[in-house]
Every structure is written in C-alpha cells, then in structure tokens.
Design a binder for this molecule. Structure first.
Ligand code: BV8
Length: 226
C-alpha cells in the first residue's frame, strides 16, 4: 500500500499542496524542495523545513494511522510505503515502513550523504555536520533527486507481488511513487483508492472509498476485523 500527505492531514500536518499557507503561500513546494533551491538560498529552505518540522513534532498519529497498524495484523503480509516524511506511521506503531521520500526529522550531511547530528556551534548560522563541519540538509528526497535505492527496490518488489494495492491520501501526481499503483495494477492486483476527492488514479482503480482516512479506515477495519 501507498500513503500520501492526506493520511496526515487529520493530524494537523498540512498536505504538501496545502503546505503553502501563510508565510509560504507565495512559494510552490517544487521551488523549495529542490537541490537548486537549497544551493541558491539555504536559509530560506531551512526556514521552510524548520517550520514544517515544528508542525510534525506537534502532530499526533490519527485514527487512520492506527487503523493501518491493526490492518497489518489482519492480513498475511502488508508493505506500507509512505511518501510522507513525518514519522506518524512509525509513531502509531507501524513497523517496516518504507520511507520513499525520506524523513523530515533527520538531518543529512550534504558532503558525506549520511545521516548526521549537528555541530553544537555553527560558523555560518546554518546547521553544520558534527563530524566534518560541512552543511547539513534535511534527510528528504528533493525533486530531481533519486529515491533511496533500498526504498525504490523494496517498494517496487512489493507492488509487483501483491493481491491488493491500497492508496490512501495521495494525489498520485509525484513520480515514481505514483507509478507503484500502475505497477501493482499491471501485476494483476486489485486497486483500492481512499481519498476525499478524485485523483490521477481514480479512472483505473477497482474500488473507490471517498472520504477522510481518519474516518473510513477504522470502518474498513471494523468490517475486516469484526
Ligand atoms: C526523480 C520530500 C529522477 C520533500 C517529496 C516521471 C517519472 C519520474 C520522475 C518524474 C516523472 N514526472 C515528473 C518527475 C519529476 C518529479 C515529479 O514527480 N514531479 C511532479 C511535481 C510532477 N519527481 C522527482 O523529482 C522524484 N525524483 O524522479 O528522480 C532521478 C533518477 C535517478 C537519478 C536522479 C534523479 C522525487 C520526488 C520526491 C519529491 N519529494 N517529498 C518534502 O516533503 O519536503 S514529494 C512530496 O510530494 C511529499 O512527499 C508528498 O507526499 C508528495 C505529494 O504528494 P501527496 O502525498 O499526494 O500530497 P498532496 O498534497 O499532493 O495530495 C494530498 C492528497 O490527500 C490529495 O489527493 C487530497 O485530496 C488527499 N486528502 C487530503 N485530506 C485527506 C485526503 N485523503 C484522505 N483523507 C484526508 N483527510
């Protein structure tokens, strides 16, 4: 299964398209979540991520996240691939979560390419690597960057070998994540989409569950688990 920003919306984390509120209304995510934007104006990119990080830190998993934890106990195998970078699936209790786009709460050394902690003091005023002193960046996948290889291969293998592929709260506009549904469909899986509105996938899914994840997923579990 694949989740997107919509499953975290009821936890108070703005969806990626809605993240542009207030201070950030004048920016498009695609203009901030890129290596070029970070190269051009690292402080603006860091300000945007610190603002989102604070929203994520204050958020709690919702009934939709909790329902997916229960779902894992009701089926022979469940692979949860998330485009979200907020750790809410893990905080709800999901295990083996494939973080397709990384995690906003981790820093990565821009020089070493490894997860890093921050040097206590920074010469530039921006976060620096405690190991090598080079600039840190959020440990997320930006537009134009490759999906981490392990995540890419594990998600593709799961999509190619499943009976049911459930898409929850994603507009299915970001690739290659959105392609996972097509991959599953091509392999003969039954496609189910849960979303408050139609998406790029709706025309070829087998089942549409129209509504909010925090409301519908517990109902689905009640039907499955009794
Ligand atoms: C790459 C981390 C190549 C950062 C993110 C075709 C093939 C391959 C690539 C491309 C392609 N076409 C275009 C591309 C390039 C690009 C792309 O997809 N662009 C888009 C804009 C067209 N893709 C890339 O650049 C990817 N990399 O292709 O690399 C490569 C290969 C080798 C070597 C070098 C390079 C990387 C993409 C990753 C970008 N990073 N996140 C960060 O978060 O800051 S993506 C970001 O967008 C988030 O992860 C977020 O999840 C995602 C947006 O998607 P959604 O999750 O769907 O969120 P959205 O807000 O759009 O929609 C929310 C949905 O929820 C809505 O449908 C709404 O109705 C619904 N909803 C709302 N409330 C609820 C709800 N549903 C249920 N219940 C509710 N309560």
């Amino acid at each position: 299964m694949l989740t997107g920003a919509g499953i975290s919306a009821e936890s108070g984390v703005p969806t990626f398209r809605d993240a542009q509120t207030g201070l950030w209304a004048r920016f498009r995510p695609e203009d901030l979540a890129t290596p070029e934007a970070f190269q051009r104006d690292p402080r603006r990119v860091w300000d945007w991520y610190e603002w989102r990080r604070e929203l994520v830190r204050q958020a709690e998993p919702n009934a939709g996240h909790a329902a997916l934890v229960r779902l894992a106990g009701c089926v022979p195998r469940l692979t949860l691939v998330t485009q979200n970078v907020d750790s809410l699936h893990q905080r709800a209790g999901s295990v083996g979560v494939i973080e397709y786009h990384g995690n906003i709460l981790r820093d990565r050394c821009a020089a070493e390419g490894l997860v890093a902690s921050r040097a206590p003091l920074s010469i530039t005023g921006l976060p620096e690597c405690a190991r090598c002193g080079e600039r840190l960046r959020p440990d997320v996948v930006w537009f134009g960057e490759a999906i981490p290889r392990d995540a890419l291969l594990a998600a593709d293998a799961a999509a190619a070998d499943c009976d049911v592929f459930l898409c929850v709260g994603t507009a299915a506009t970001v690739h290659p994540a959105a392609g996972l549904a097509e991959r599953a469909h091509g392999a003969g899986a039954t496609l189910i989409e849960l979303n408050v509105e139609a998406t790029a996938l709706t025309s070829f899914v087998d089942v549409v569950l129209r509504g909010r994840a925090g409301e519908l997923l517990p109902l689905v579990l009640a039907r499955i688990a009794g």
